[in-house]
Design a protein. Structure first.
Length: 128
């Protein structure tokens, strides 16, 4: 039986490297699954017109757009001095590049992978 996804539901995610830390030290990223409109925006962002009817493929844009659309918050994120780093979003609610620049590349990659898996309903999410 097909089970509908809820694109408005937020998912709490802890990075693999934080999983072994005490709970109070873990950073929690709030993610959401992508909608059909998000998928369209991501697909369209990969192709950029370069003039004379030519298009150039920009594969790195896909990961950035996935983060911009799927990362919706963070909890317990601190800088090297222990000061809280607040989630920063633009007027449309998308995470800013300045916030994303505070994340290690491997964290960004892990978050992108997790956002992509959210479109698959898990057994725990099924109501029996």
């Amino acid at each position: 039986m097909a089970i509908a996804l809820d694109p408005n539901r937020s998912h709490r995610y802890i990075l693999r490297e934080d999983a072994s830390l005490p709970v109070e030290e873990q950073t929690i990223f709030l993610l959401r699954s992508l909608t059909v409109r998000d998928d369209e925006q991501i697909a369209n962002s990969k192709m950029i017109a370069s003039g004379a009817g030519e298009f150039r493929l920009h594969p790195g844009t896909e990961d950035l757009m996935t983060l911009r659309l799927g990362l919706i918050g963070v909890e317990n994120f601190r800088d090297a001095n222990g000061k809280t780093v607040h989630f920063d979003a633009d007027k449309s609610g998308r995470v800013t590049d300045s916030f994303l620049s505070r994340l290690k590349k491997e964290w960004r990659t892990e978050l992108v992978d997790q956002i992509r898996t959210l479109n698959a309903l898990t057994v725990d999410e099924k109501k029996v």
